[in-house]
Each structure stands twice: as structure tokens, then as C-alpha cells.
Design a protein around this ligand. Sequence first.
Ligand SMILES: Cc1cc2nc3c(=O)[nH]c(=O)nc-3n(C[C@H](O)[C@H](O)[C@H](O)COP(=O)(O)O)c2cc1C
Length: 198
Amino acid sequence: MTDYFEAVKTRRSHRNVKPESPVSDDRIQEIVEFAVKHTPTAFNAQGGRVVLALGKHHEKVWDIVKDALKEVVPEKKWDKTAQKISMFKDSYGTVLFFNDESVLEKQQEKMPLYADKFALWADQTQGMLQHIVWTAFATEGIGASLQHYNPLIDEAIRDYFNLNESWTLHAQMPFGAIKEDPGEKSFEPLEKRLKVFK
Ligand SMILES: Cc1cc2nc3c(=O)[nH]c(=O)nc-3n(C[C@H](O)[C@H](O)[C@H](O)COP(=O)(O)O)c2cc1C
């Protein structure tokens, strides 16, 4: 239990990481595979989808983000935005998290009673999947952050990776060897957030 709590606490947002990894690509893949396999899903539907992008594929993700942002970010804000995207490109890899909408639709057809709940549950399982990868990375000394340039980049990402149209992008997680301390984190008082009755 202590190890698990320690892992949960060790996970932080590391936005500025190194373009290298403390562990092998095989180990990174193993972590992502484990998370995809073991994350719980409503009615065990298993609609979460993941792309692990390394090397030139990782770089392409951030080129796509940059191109998409160039179309919408005002000129005077561009330098700051471009710098931020370069920082993410200068990571080691990116995990892309998707939901397969065709799984969701099948669930809605099969169980109309819960039709309006499946999208919500798909979101919740996304969060669990992302957290498992993020936390497992932390235990291996990999720093990662959670970014959301979807839906702006969905189509270009789908085209580049040749993904099914039913895959909708939920989050992008750039990662790499830890470069700097993430800094102090403030916490709201637990008494305000948790009620215990015993
Ligand atoms: C659902 C969710 C969405 C988030 N979206 C972003 C994001 O788009 N960009 C970003 O830099 N951080 C994002 N974050 C990171 C949070 O800002 C961060 O987790 C929070 O400030 C606590 O810091 P910590 O991750 O270091 O514990 C997101 C976190 C969560 C849980």
C-alpha cells in the first residue's frame, strides 16, 4: 500500500522534460499495454484506445499541434505558443488517449436504459487510464503532463496514424526524463473535501 500511495504522490505535472528516457522503449510500451489492459471500464466495454508515439512519430504530433494552432492563435500571442509547443516536441515521446465511439454506440443500443450515461462513463474511464499511465511513468522516473489540443488536431492525427474515424482524441501526454522539480503543490483542507462518518 505504501508503495502505491508513494507512486500516486510521486506523479506530478512535468511539462518541461528531457528528450530522453530513463527506461527502454520496450518498458514504456509494457507500461502502456498494462494500463490499457487493466483499467476498468463500464460493463467491461474496453472502449479506450491509445497510440504510443516515439521518435519521428512523437515529433509529428507536435508539428500537427503547431500547424493547427498557427491557424487560430493571434499573431501577437504566437511566439509564446510556439515556444510551448517546441517544449512538448522536445520531450521523448507522447501517449495519445482516445475513445472508440463505436464501442459507446454499441453499448447505447444494447442497453438503452443507460444510453445517456455511457459517454460520461467513457470519460471517467479515460481519466483512470490516463492516471495509471501517468503514475506508472512516475515510478520509473519518467515525467509527463496532460495536454488537450483536441479537437483541433483530431483529423490530422487520425490521418497521420491511419486511425479509424470512430476514435476520438481525449488527451495528449508528452513525457521524458525529469528535468526539474515540479515545485510545491497547494492543497485545499481535507475537512472541506471529505466527510467521514464512523
Ligand atoms: C483532467 C485534467 C486535465 C488537465 N489538463 C491540463 C492541460 O490541458 N494542460 C496542462 O498543462 N495541464 C493539465 N492538467 C494538469 C493539472 O493542471 C495538474 O494536474 C494540477 O495542477 C495538479 O498538479 P500536479 O499534476 O503536479 O499534481 C490537467 C489535469 C487533469 C486531471
